[in-house]
Design a protein around this ligand. Structure first.
Ligand SMILES: Cc1ncc(COP(=O)(O)O)c(C=O)c1O
Length: 411
């Protein structure tokens, strides 16, 4: 038997049962807005008042969810022309949108400039192309420089700073680039410094944020220009696996308040922002999939479901994890038989990679029962190879406090 991660407390058995009975066809992702709202509220209480909260929509760009999140955060971070359109369609003011990510095409740069979206420049070459597009359009581009810092968030699941990286401009070359942008007449907004993702250690985030604010001051001094905005990145993680503990964001918030309070005078008038994806939405999503076959092989039980890694790649352990571990899962409802057994939940794809739970202890389940796979609100539907093997796309549904939104909005 292998362990699995802890089921988030928000997802009670009663709530899951109601949802499983009302969602209709499986496989389906349900995102509960009440959980996202509670996250945002907790962030606001924990963090210094002036800190802006941006949502990194790559975590979950489901349009109805974006419409709701747009009402409660201060801005959106996007990673492509497609996401830019989604953010605009959600009604976000263009000046509250920033685009980051390597390899922005000229057309994407031009679209961002025309809309008045801030471009986080990833290289000197990209800066040249943005300036050329702005010249062609006769518009002053809003730009910030994404910095590749010399540090990372220690222990983060995904390292995005420190050493050679395709992201951002090496810190040592940033002052020269800022001067060049200002001299070229660009509307230079400031710095974007993203040092890692999926960190659960408050101490590591506190240290990285201190280093980030210090680096921003140092770069501003060297450039001779004060940034209007310092985007501190984010990296707040969520506990997917056995033994992981939730991030203490209250500790992060009070340390950040001190860091901002004692900042270098060149940052006196700067504003600060954090951009978060998974911490805001990850625990708010559940992937529901139904058992379509129950079989035994060499003494092991396999529950074959109608979903799989083509919808929820991360739960199969194939999205940036080195060692496969079990996400939290539950059988919803299930048979009257209260016995337990060790079983594996496998998807319907013909590959051994498609294993959603490996040898876990669970109530005996059978064909027709629904399986809930938790932690599915971030990097799920859009971060999975949906076209692989030609199975149907999953449904995506918004709920509010466990009640489907489509019922809420009916007269
Ligand atoms: C630039 C940038 N911002 C924000 C995020 C969101 O990270 P997370 O979902 O872990 O908060 C990422 C993730 O890779 C990123 O690369």
């Amino acid at each position: 038997m292998k362990p699995m991660g802890a089921i988030p407390a928000d997802w009670t058995a009663a709530k899951l049962a109601v949802l499983a009975a009302t969602i209709g066809e499986t496989p389906a992702f349900v995102y509960d807005l009440a959980i996202v709202r509670a996250r945002v509220a907790r962030f606001r209480v924990a963090m210094p008042e002036q800190l802006q909260l941006h949502y990194a929509i790559k975590a979950n760009p489901y349009a109805p969810l974006l419409l709701e999140i747009a009402k409660i955060v201060d801005g959106f971070d996007v990673a492509s022309g497609g996401e830019m359109e989604m953010a605009l369609a959600a009604g976000v003011t263009p000046s509250h949108i920033s685009i980051a990510g390597p390899g922005k095409r000229d057309a994407e740069l031009a679209a961002a400039i025309e809309a008045g979206i801030t471009i986080n420049l990833e290289s000197e070459g990209e800066a040249d192309r943005a300036l050329a597009q702005a010249g062609r359009l006769g518009t002053r581009p809003r730009v910030a420089v994404r910095v590749n810092p010399d540090f990372e968030i220690k222990g983060s699941g995904m390292r995005m700073g420190g050493g050679a990286k395709p992201f951002g401009v090496d810190a040592a070359r940033v002052p020269a680039l800022v001067r060049r942008l200002v001299e070229a007449g660009a509307d230079w907004r400031g710095f974007h410094i993203f040092a890692g993702s999926q960190a659960l250690d408050a101490g590591a985030i506190i240290t990285a944020e201190r280093e980030t604010v210090a680096l921003a001051a140092q770069l501003a001094e060297a450039a001779g220009h004060a940034p209007r905005l310092v985007n501190l990145g984010g990296g707040f993680g969520i506990p997917y696996f056995p033994g992981e503990v939730p991030l203490d964001i209250e500790a992060v918030g009070s340390a950040l308040a001190e860091t901002i309070e004692s900042r270098h005078e060149i940052l006196a008038d700067s504003r600060f922002a954090i951009e978060l994806g998974r911490w805001l939405v990850g625990e708010a999503g559940v992937y529901f999939t139904r058992i379509i076959d129950r079989k035994e092989s060499h003494g092991e039980i396999f529950l074959v479901v109608d979903g799989g890694l083509h919808h929820q790649l991360a739960a199969s352990g194939n999205f940036g994890t080195v060692v496969r571990r079990n996400y939290p899962v539950a059988i919803v409802g299930g048979s009257a038989d209260s016995s337990e057994e060790i079983a594996s939940i496998v998807g319907c794809l013909c590959t051994p990679l498609d294993r959603l739970a490996d040898k876990i202890m669970m109530p005996r389940a059978d064909v027709g029962d629904v399986v809930a796979i938790f932690m599915a609100g971030a990097y799920g539907a859009t971060a999975s190879p949906q076209a692989f093997l030609g199975h149907p796309a999953p449904n995506e549904i918004l709920a509010d406090g466990g009640i489907l939104m489509r019922y809420l909005t009916q007269p």
